[in-house]
Design a protein around this ligand. Structure first.
Ligand code: PEP
Length: 254
């Protein structure tokens, strides 16, 4: 049984003070919910303070990005080694990084390898754009992105994949549960071919894209979906709590 993972990607939202307030609003409620791994991914500058606030709880911490070098003259970058002292997870290859910061499959691959080497758990994001879905290229795109990101990676460890159709991110236009389930099943099959059945049955593959309390249950009820990467709804304490709670309830009922 794969333990569901709900990760909140706060994106470039919250000052340090706002991050403290947000965590304070939800950490007790999150701690009361069992059977779901709960992960917060605030901006880099708030990682240390959030780490202190969640100390001793089951809530985990993640970063939203990392560079692929360990150290050096790379002004403004943050290395996986630095993150490893602060958090457990790191989101890699988010479509906003691919789109606005020109991250290629090769860069994403280097970041995945560097994160794993540093002992971090990558949450690798893949997903097609609207035009690609409309022209029937969804499977080609996620296959290409997944294979590029995992090229030469021997051991996936606890790496998770987030299937995030670009057209669903931040748009309020989520995929349907059936659409997400189908593509996630396809991604699991890619992992199966690359890494074998034991790995593909263990790996957690999340859905991301306009997940809210109103549609979370539809996704979490699907057999292939092992959780969610939540953007907008993760910076509203009541909404994030509701998504985590619904996930726990659905899994308990299985
Ligand atoms: C995301 O940022 O990964 C995301 C899925 O955002 P949203 O939930 O706002 O669509």
């Amino acid at each position: 049984m794969r333990i569901p993972l709900i990760a909140g990607n706060w994106k470039m939202h919250t000052t340090v003070g706002e991050a403290v307030k947000l965590v304070t609003e939800m950490h007790r409620g999150l701690e009361e919910i069992d059977g779901v791994e709960k992960t917060l991914c605030p901006p880099f500058v708030s990682l240390a303070v959030v780490k202190e606030l969640i100390k001793g709880t089951s809530i985990k911490l993640g970063a939203q990005n990392c560079y692929y070098e360990e150290k050096g003259a790379f002004t403004g970058e943050i290395s996986p080694l630095m993150l490893a002292e602060l958090c457990e997870y790191v989101i890699i290859g988010h479509s906003e990084r691919r789109q606005y910061f020109h991250e290629t499959g090769e860069i994403v691959n280097k970041k995945v390898k560097a994160a794993l080497k540093a002992g971090l758990t990558p949450i690798l994001c893949v997903g097609e754009r609207l035009a690609e879905r409309e022209s029937g290229e969804t499977e080609d795109v996620v296959k290409e992105q997944t294979e590029a990101a995992l090229a030469g990676v021997e051991t996936l460890g606890s790496l998770a994949i987030a299937y995030e159709p670009v057209w669903a991110i931040g748009t309020g236009r989520a995929a349907t549960g059936a659409q997400a389930n189908e593509t996630i099943g396809f991604i699991r099959n890619i992992v199966d071919i690359k890494c074998g059945n034991a790995v593909s049955q263990n790996i957690r593959i999340l859905y991301g894209g306009s997940v809210t309390p109103a549609n979370a249950a539809e996704f979490m009820a699907q057999s292939e979906i092992d959780g969610a990467l939540v953007g907008g709804a993760s910076i509203k304490a009541d909404q994030f709590l509701s998504i985590v709670r619904q996930t726990a309830d659905i899994r308990r009922a299985r």
